[in-house]
Ligand binder design. Structure first.
Ligand code: HEC
Length: 137
């Protein structure tokens, strides 16, 4: 009795699977590499990052106390503290603004504003990002 269909040997099937698996990974890595290469150097601007940090209740939580009348994206009814408005005009010295956020108790020992830098709630870099954002208000 003759066999009507020649069956490929096991080895041949395995070889075929190997090469298609290789092709899959080659295409996969190329796709990932192309994706990484096309990412912008900064996926969000320092202003967006600063806003997110200021708004985050685990980070700045600034809008629990302050309003930001110049930013329509911020939803708050806070009126515990002065509105964060015209910041560049009112705080032309960036260093003084940094100090106010780093440790407001220096200016007012009785303030309810947390000493964000001194208590390591925010890093200096995070405060700088928040200031970039505040200067847009
Ligand atoms: C728990 C409430 C609270 C939080 C949270 C808070 N602040 Fe304040 N902040 C105050 C109060 C109250 C004052 C008023 C000055 C004082 O008490 O000495 C103030 C004052 C300020 C001032 C000076 C304002 C001015 O017009 O003179 C700045 C700037 C400021 N806060 C920025 C921030 C930023 C930025 C954040 C978030 C990282 C923040 N604050 C979070 C309560 C808060």
């Amino acid at each position: 009795m003759t066999r009507r269909f020649a069956r490929p040997s096991f080895a041949a099937v395995a070889r075929k699977e190997d090469s298609s698996r290789e092709r899959f990974w080659a295409v996969f890595f190329l796709a990932v590499a192309a994706g990484v290469a096309s990412l912008p150097a900064h996926s969000s601007t320092s202003i967006d990052r600063g806003r997110a940090l200021a708004d985050d209740y685990m980070k700045g939580n600034c809008f629990a106390c302050h309003s930001a009348p110049g930013d329509g994206k911020i939803v708050t009814k806070a009126n515990i503290a002065p509105p964060l408005a015209r910041m560049r005009e009112r705080f032309p010295d960036r260093e003084l603004l940094l100090r106010q956020i780093w440790d407001p108790t220096v200016r007012n020992p009785d303030t309810v504003m947390p000493p964000f830098g001194k208590h390591r709630i925010l890093s200096e870099e995070e405060i700088e990002l928040i200031i970039d954002y505040l200067y847009t208000l």
